[in-house]
Design a protein around this ligand. Sequence first.
Ligand code: GDP
Ligand code: IMO
Ligand code: MG
Length: 425
Amino acid sequence: MSLDLLLGLQWGDEGKGKIVDAITSNYDIIARFQGGPNAGHTIEFDGHKHVLHTIPSGIFNKDSINIIGNGVVIDPGIFLKEINGLKKFNIDLNSKLFISKRAHIILPTHKIIDATSEASKGKKKIGSTLKGIGPTYMDKTGRNGIRVGDIIEDNWLTKYDNLKEKHLNLISNFNQKVDISLDQLEAEFFEGIKCLKSFNLIESENYLNRSISEGKKILAEGAQGSLLDIDFGTYPFVTSSNTTSAGACSGLGVPPNKIKNIRGIFKAYTTRVGSGPFPTELFDSIGKKIREVGHEFGATTGRDRRCGWLDLVALKYSIQINGVTELNIMKSDVLSSIGKLLVCTSYTIDGEQVDFFPYDITSKDITPNYIEFKGWDMDITEVKNEDELPDELIDYIDYIESFVDVPIKLISVGPDRKQTIYRNK
Ligand code: GDP
Ligand code: IMO
Ligand code: MG
């Protein structure tokens, strides 16, 4: 009887979707607990490449139940598109996918507020995915939001109209023009609402706690990454939810004493999409090569992902905040043939050496201090066993493990489900 967590430890896009899909047969239930369609989780198998935004990444396993938990925010229009995109896989979605009545709904006007607010910030913009995430969580904490359970009540359209009216007032106060058609968004929204209503809308906290008592195994799938956490990330360049392990308790209604393993996922280097500080960012041909080889373009927005060296100061911080018990290193294949590799082990800030992730990395001038590793040239994408990996990669991995003092139990060497090396540590 347990709940395991799977979390991204950097700025998102670590490969969470791939790993959830790869290990999903070990679980009865996969549950998303925060975020919304700002997430893009890519899964590759049998020649298919599929990106999920709101639906948990366990959906391709025929035996597991998938839950969209109370901490998630749902855009009905995007949800409908996701459902339609899954049709070709012939999955019995109605019996496999349950949605929390407590999850909040992203309204068309939330997306317009997001775009207007970003436009008004000019150069200081967050680089939001513009999916309406921030405004929807603002309405949730401001106690104005509309929840999934509301859409089956008779008076729900009145609630919708009242909130929309408030939003339109707010938007007019920004004095910013954005090129978005509310009519079109509303048409998609109401089609999506019909689709949402056709699903099992449940008290998912009750379902999950009952399942735990019955001995079922649950995996909570995080979205975004720890450095985008609203409390512990690089504020204000963060998302609007708790992406860290505590978020799984509040986002699913499952108590902390039920959590067993906390699996932290990180790339062998670092990426970030959107604005905000990134101490180890590369602006040279190496950064460009990592982007090209690693296909580092946003799964949700298509934007270039910024690329840089692995930052162990940040990784150690994320491990501490989350209580990570096991690590998975992703995309090590992308570092083949890069030449020597650098890893950041401390920062210099105002002439002082700093070995923890500080409160403010936005306004300070931060110089990363690196140690150097020998690279490798071998193509590792077909490797099945750890013994066949180049010694230089094993040295790289051993160093990370000893620095953060948590075992790396999985090495990912390609995007496909099968390109995964499990270690017996
Ligand atoms: P998520 O948001 O954490 O699920 O990650 P994304 O799907 O946004 O981005 C990860 C990208 O890397 C996707 O295109 C994956 O298919 C791909 N990917 C995952 N693991 C690996 C790996 O080990 N090697 C390579 N080359 N690509 C990977
Ligand atoms: P997955 O789950 C990477 C980033 C955005 C922006 C900031 C705030 O695929 O790892 P928001 O739309 O939440 O208001 O944007 O957070 N961001 C992500 N970056 N992966 C994600 O999700 C992200 N979700 C949001 O780029 O900088
Ligand atoms: Mg992603």
